[in-house]
Design a protein around this ligand. Structure first.
Ligand code: FAD
Length: 582
């Protein structure tokens, strides 16, 4: 197949908040040639779906300090976060908020004209756990949308080159150096080979490994799958976060801003059951705690609805003004998908797959770690949800992803600029279409009996049954066997659409292959960790075990059906692990 060649100094894969902030930062250097490759138009990236806010210790509404934010992040992550990285996150969060303000981001404002910080989010507290604190900044419940618009406009102003609807299908990592990537032009059909001094993966999450999810259909873990195939390990993949309040039966997210504004949870008996599980923070406990509590209520026969398998969000006591001005998206979602009026009706909810806590191991400059520990892949970076720095430990706090993507997207770009100035273009691989690019080429025109859409659905059901909020050795073994069988069948898939132009079936088939890989890494890591921590709850090992498991997991794939698992120490600088009560 013909290749069109390109050369750039810095290439960003993904145009969500992480990718756009990085591109903007790179474009501040007029001598660097910068490009963004994205399988979606930038404004369709999942960052745009973020309804809640960004956490930053500005202290506008009440006293606050980055150290308090650090403590909450570390405790929220069940003490698995690397505290040196958390320190960077919480201090630079404040800077990126002001930078966004200077770019024209339409923050909600307090009467004195400063950025408003009225809404509380789960796990954010005053003075190291005393009581809930309002730390998030936002633009109504459309914060993510405004991030994309603000950053995209600034990128256009600076002349960043966008390759929209280009699917990246391989990154060239060999002998510890990344020399560029291979991309498929979805609109016209055709392969593009891109040489670059520095490549940033900012491909977002992979909630599509589960059936009930808040994540868009495009969130398929492409970045982590590509580097895994190239011999880089993945970190802490067992930690997949379920958000407590998905629209019942659909999984669409009802933002944590709902509970921040004062909506609360009741079970089928009308009880505010969080009293039993988190008497101090109640509904504003971290998500892992609230999601497990909901399932415990349902298991105990106290669920609601005709099948007794949900609980309810109660907005009825909130002033109409709050629902209209602070929760317009949430109110619309409830009307559209459930036909209910939150001013009058209880809203049925159930936990839904939401956020990939682990990912591609990086240092605090976004540099990808070849051995998962110290050794850097020269020229390869990762930031945003696809990366694991690790600031979220075993569970992410609400509002901490939007700051993570901006802080670490920006830092990665700062290091990419340094590298691009100091080095020349590395040589591309002698045969850029060899394995793993061959995987993709085989898909074009594949004629086997299996349909990718079917395999994706079976994977999602398998993961939901055997590897979601509660897990055991037996359920995870079942999941692993199932993933391997699906991978065998994946080798025999066929496409009905033989065309090249806008072949969406081809894109989805590629994505399904990525989903199978990240699901495999998830299950293998979950089997390895014989304790319960954060989002990873093993019914057969229900306690946290710091003596053995205050460690990050690393998983490599050596060959089909063969892994290597290792673990590495957690960086503890400020806060020694304590029992986690809320
Ligand atoms: C419904 C919802 C609500 C949320 N609300 C909040 C919130 O209120 N606060 C908060 O802190 N967090 C929230 N989160 C989480 C947060 O929004 C995400 O973690 C974050 O936006 C991810 O940003 P990103 O830049 O890493 O990736 P994304 O915004 O997901 O962007 C990924 C990009 O990668 C590109 N891409 C992927 N694969 C390829 C490929 N193979 N080739 C080329 N391009 C590729 C896509 O085109 C896209 O541009 C929410 C998430 C969801 C799903």
């Amino acid at each position: 197949m013909d290749l069109t060649w390109h050369e750039f100094d810095g290439v960003v894969v993904g145009a969500g908040g992480a990718g756009l902030y990085a591109a903007l930062e790179l474009s501040a250097h007029p001598d660097l040639r910068v490009a963004v490759f994205s399988k979606l138009h930038p404004l369709r990236s999942h960052t745009g779906a973020a309804q809640g806010g960004m956490g930053a210790a500005l202290g506008h509404a009440e006293e606050d300090h980055p150290e308090w934010h650090m403590f909450d992040t570390v405790k929220g992550g069940d003490y698995l976060a690397d505290q040196d990285a958390v320190e960077i996150l919480c201090h630079e969060a404040v800077q990126v908020v002001f930078e966004l303000e200077h770019m024209g981001f339409p923050f909600d404002r307090a009467p004195d004209g400063r950025i408003e910080q009225r809404v509380r989010a789960g796990g954010h507290t005053r003075n190291f756990g005393e009581r809930p604190l309002a730390r998030s900044v936002y633009a109504a419940d459309r914060t993510g949308q405004m991030i994309l618009h603000t950053l995209y406009q600034q990128c256009l102003r600076r002349g960043v080159r966008f390759f929209d609807e280009f699917l990246v299908v391989d990154v060239w990592v060999q002998d510890g150096v990344c020399s560029g990537l291979l991309a498929w032009d979805v609109r016209r059909g055709g392969l593009h080979a891109v040489r670059a001094k520095a490549v940033l993966l900012a491909t977002g999450g992979w909630g599509q490994i589960y059936r009930t999810t808040t994540n868009a259909v495009t969130l398929t873990g492409d970045g982590p799958a590509l580097v895994w195939r190239r011999g880089v390990p993945l970190e802490d993949m067992e930690f997949y976060q379920f958000h407590p309040t998905g629209v019942y039966g659909r999984g669409i997210l009802l933002s944590e801003a709902s509970r921040g504004e004062g909506a609360f949870l009741v079970n089928g008996l009308g009880e505010r059951f969080m009293e039993r599980y988190a008497p101090r923070l109640m509904e504003l406990a971290p998500r892992d705690v609230v999601s497990r509590s909901i399932f415990r209520e349902i298991q105990a026969g106290r669920g609601g609805g005709p099948r007794g398998d949900c609980v309810f969000l109660d907005f009825r006591h909130l002033p109409e003004e709050v629902r209209r001005t602070k929760l317009p998206e949430v109110t619309t979602l409830i009307r559209t998908y459930l036909g209910l009026d939150p001013g009058r009706d209880l809203v049925p909810v159930r936990p839904t797959a939401h956020y990939a806590v682990g990912g591609i191991p990086t240092d605090s400059w976004g540099r990808v770690l070849q051995d998962g520990r110290r050794q850097v892949v020269q020229g390869l970076y990762a930031a945003g949800e696809c990366a694991c720095v690790s600031v979220h430990g075993a569970n992410r706090l609400g509002t901490n992803s939007l700051v993570d993507i901006l802080v670490f997207g920006r830092r990665a770009a700062q290091d990419m600029a340094r590298l691009a100035r100091a080095t020349g273009l590395p040589d591309p691989p002698p045969s850029p279409l060899e394995d793993p690019a061959e995987h993709f080429l085989r898909l074009v025109g594949a004629q086997g009996p299996e349909a990718a859409a079917r395999l994706r659905l079976e994977l999602q059901e398998l993961m939901e049954r055997h590897a979601s909020v509660f897990r055991t050795e037996a359920s995870l073994q079942e999941a692993l066997r199932g993933v391997w069988e699906l991978q065998d069948r994946y080798r025999r898939i066929g496409l009905a659409d033989r065309g090249r132009v806008y072949n969406q079936e081809l894109v989805e088939a590629f994505e399904t292959g990525c989903l199978l890989d990240v699901a495999e890494a998830t299950v293998a890591s979950a089997l390895h960790r014989t304790e319960s921590r954060g989002t990873h709850f093993r019914e057969d090992y229900p306690q946290r075990d710091d003596a053995r498991w205050l460690r990050h997991t690393l998983v490599w794939r050596l060959a089909p059906r063969q892994h290597r698992l290792e673990d590495k120490p957690v960086v503890v600088t400020h806060f020694a692990p304590k029992e986690r009560t809320y």
